[in-house]
Design a protein. Structure first.
Length: 794
């Protein structure tokens, strides 16, 4: 859960101006007195007060038994263990839920199977449950979340999963006080698990409860919550109690204390009045937000009473700003918000371990960028609700108008391999590219017989380009076969153009769009013609082993090279990917590109590599196993004017990183250098050469098994400040382009080649080397300018 912190204001404010916190936990006077009473009693851990709380709570929800534990997460894990499912068995879990729920499944030795949600309710439907059940073959259990406190159709979902209610566990963390129909949540399935976290409807601080009508289940959890010791082992410390106990199977240390239980008992007396206030605030929201276009409260999935734990809305496109933008604007007005939750498949750990049904989780993907939780708690008065709604209406009235997006071009993808499928998925998710993929061409008979890739048909071989374009009304053709023979590429391009389609090339095409370097002018660019050779696919499958499952840090992550590194490294499945840069705006942009949201602050590191104490702190805390060092000053003419800055960043900054990496036990360190470091005649080249020498020195003193290496780049097409980006700006503005020395030549590579070289060098390195890419022949600058101008129709 990410909460936008409110700014503290020193001046006095009227009620209309007063901060509106997202949540305001209330601990009553009676609860404080109860805690003091227990503290004075001499018995503070689990004991008689806990027994009384269990009895009273069971009565409140209409269950026969209640077992108090340390948290709702512990309650879920213990309940799943009590079901005695086979190790590794599949458990259906909503894609949008708190990460702790899925971790409980894994801690119980089981595997989460993610279930898509209805974007209108944020909860699974019978159809999405059935699809997930088919994906895993035969689920052994299901976790049903009453999201935000809304009643979930427990029986219908169990039927769709073909599971008895005895194998359904209700995650009722949000749902204390809710009913499904006329039955209280906590009395429906075999077990329901509640939370007493500080922001919940019954706040204690921490704690959880399992309710059930099954006495054997309750008895097992009572033992398992305290190391598996025999029932009521805590009584051994009472007068007359026996010290004897037994342990028949493994348990947890997950009991509640009597201090918590005493607070819970006192708070329970106020729950009904607090629920009424929550309903009053929610009803007031409902009435006011009907008049705010683009702000849509979630619907309920089943009849019954809503617990009103959260008030969640969808920020739709018609509102005129994104969810993230709105959250920031509300925080600027001292209104707290939160997001519940980041979908599990957006989190690296669960992306690698949970089962996702074929076809993905489109409902969760659609909903997540829209989700926003507004303030809701018993102390939220009517004026505060009115202020939130007024702010939403005002921001909406002043929202920007969006220009209508032109119709997307029907697009044929050449190549149904990994690159082509990835491209088709990217284009389908990114309408701003203006391309709608409709099918593939591929010479591989296996792919053609398979019939489809990324849910699109394979329409034939590459030689059928012209007829396919004509038969299917294709307007654009994108070649997505890295390393395709230039002659074959030209034949495909000529066939497509003869049929009236424009031809575009991957990967340079996508790289240019992602980096916003040349924009639409780059879309028709034939890179092989510009640089006089076919683009090289330099990354071998073995490069995955360098970063897969490792903690990876990329410095200069916000730059063009660093960003592309992060994209390619993420595809190889690191356990953590840390993004380090001194420019927070670039890091924010990169997070949006990588994860679809910008609320994942735990992997962002804002730091200047010249700040040695900060660098040391970062490495101590993050312990990166692999480091790609791309941060540097690289602008050649400017560094001639400011050589000291080049030394500070490129030399001293690199030295700081190398020392910190050695101290932290980093296994691989790759420096991004430049071909200008060979016989340097510039400040850029000299500082980078010094950095290479520092890498060599670090290797000489490194412990066995550590590898420090460097990679030299040539000129990178698409990097920030590169020749093509400058040309695009000049030509786009209609300005003249002057080449002062027509005979000057340079080597060029694409962003993908540059980053591929880094990954391949990291795989091949033994320590102390400097890697250089053989880029064939140099290109005359004047020839490149002319070809580029022709490519953009000048």
């Amino acid at each position: 859960m990410t909460v936008h912190r409110l700014r503290h204001r020193q001046e006095s404010q009227s009620e209309e101006q007063r901060a509106v916190p997202f949540a305001a936990p209330r601990i009553t006077v009676e609860a404080r007195r109860a805690a003091q009473r227990v503290l004075a009693s001499g018995w503070v851990t689990m004991g008689p007060e806990t027994e009384l709380f269990e009895r009273e709570f069971a009565g409140y929800v209409g269950a026969d038994h209640a077992v108090a534990v340390s948290s709702c997460t512990a309650a879920l894990e213990l309940t799943l263990r009590a079901l005695r499912l086979p190790p590794g068995a599949g458990v259906l879990v909503p894609a949008i839920t708190f990460c702790g729920a899925a971790q409980a499944v894994m801690h119980a030795g089981l595997r989460p199977v993610l279930v898509d949600v209805d974007p209108r309710t944020a909860m699974p439907t019978p159809a999405t449950v059935a699809r997930a059940a088919r994906a895993c073959g035969c689920p052994h259990a299901m976790m049903v979340l009453h999201y935000a406190g809304a009643p979930a159709p427990v029986a219908e979902l169990a039927e769709a999963a073909r599971l008895p209610l005895t194998h359904v566990v209700e995650d009722a963390a949000h749902a204390l006080g809710a009913t499904v129909g006329d039955r209280p949540v906590g009395s429906l399935s075999r077990a329901a698990c509640f939370s007493f976290y500080a922001t919940k409807n019954l706040p204690i601080g921490e704690g959880g409860m399992v309710t059930t009508d099954d006495p054997a289940l309750a008895e097992w959890i009572r033992r398992a919550r305290l190391h598996g010791m025999s029932t009521d082992a805590w009584r051994r410390h009472l007068p007359g109690g026996s010290w004897r106990y037994t342990v028949e199977e493994a348990g947890l240390k997950a009991n509640m204390t009597d201090v918590q239980a005493a607070i819970g008992r006192a708070q329970l007396h106020h729950l009904e009045s607090w629920q009424e206030r929550r309903h009053e605030a929610a009803d007031r929201y409902d009435a006011a937000l009907r008049a705010v276009p683009g702000i849509e409260p979630l619907r309920t999935a089943a009849p019954g009473r809503h617990a009103r734990h959260l008030y969640v809305v969808r920020v739709l496109e018609e509102y005129g700003m994104t969810r993230d933008e709105l959250a920031v604007r509300l925080a600027d007005g001292d209104i707290g918000t939160s997001v519940h939750f980041v979908p599990l498949h957006h989190l690296p750990h669960f992306r690698a371990t949970a089962l996702v049904p074929h076809g993905g989780l489109p409902g969760a993907d659609e909903l997540f960028p829209q989700l926003l939780s507004l303030p809701l708690h018993p102390d939220l008065g009517g004026r505060a609700v009115d202020r939130v709604c007024s702010e939403l209406a005002g921001l909406g009235d002043g929202r920007r108008t969006r220009a209508p997006r032109p119709a997307a071009l029907r697009t044929l993808v050449i190549g149904a391999g990994e690159a082509g499928r990835a491209l088709a998925r990217d284009l389908a998710r990114a309408p701003e590219f203006g391309l709608e993929p409709v099918g593939f061409l591929d010479d591989d008979p296996v792919k053609r017989l398979g019939g489809a890739a990324a849910e699109l048909p394979v329409l034939g071989e590459l030689d059928a380009t012209r007829t396919t374009v004509l038969d299917h009304g294709i307007e654009a053709v994108v070649v997505a076969i890295p390393g395709l023979d230039p002659d074959r590429f030209r034949r495909v391009a000529h066939a497509a153009e003869a049929a009236g389609a424009s031809v575009r090339y991957l990967p340079s095409f996508i790289a240019a769009l992602r980096r916003d370097v040349v924009g639409s002018d780059m879309r028709e660019l034939d890179v092989s013609e510009l640089i006089g050779r076919a683009e090289m696919h330099v990354v071998s499958p073995d490069a995955r082993a360098v970063v897969a499952g490792r903690r990876v840090l990329v410095t200069g992550a916000g730059g063009s090279i660093g960003s592309e590194l992060c994209h390619q490294v993420r595809a190889f499945g690191p356990s953590r990917l840390f993004l380090l840069d001194h420019d927070e705006s670039n890091l924010h942009r990169l997070q949006l590109e990588l994860y679809g949201d910008a609320l994942r602050s735990d992997d962002i590191v804002i730091s200047d590599i010249r700040d040695r104490p900060r660098v040391d702190q970062v490495f101590r805390e993050l312990r990166p196993e692999v480091v790609f060092h791309a941060a540097a000053h690289k602008h050649l003419p400017l560094l001639e004017l400011h050589p000291c800055e080049g030394v500070k960043s490129n030399v001293r900054g690199t030295e700081n990183l190398l020392r910190a990496a050695a101290a932290a036990g980093t296994e691989r360190f790759v420096l991004i250098s430049t071909d200008k470091a060979a016989d340097p005649v510039s400040v850029l080249g000299a500082t980078k050469r010094l950095a290479e020498l520092l890498v060599r020195r670090a290797q000489d003193t490194a412990p066995s098994g550590s590898v420090f290496t460097a990679v030299r780049f040539g000129n990178v097409l698409g990097s920030r400040g590169s020749l093509l980006s400058v040309l695009a700006q000049q030509i786009g503005a209609g300005s003249p382009v002057t080449v002062t020395h027509p005979d000057v030549t340079r080597f060029f590579m694409t962003v993908e080649e540059a980053v591929g070289l880094v990954l391949e060098a990291a795989r091949m390195a033994e320590g102390g080397e400097v890697f250089v890419l053989d880029m064939s022949s140099p290109v005359r600058i004047v020839d490149l300018v002319r070809k580029f101008a022709r490519s953009v129709h000048v």
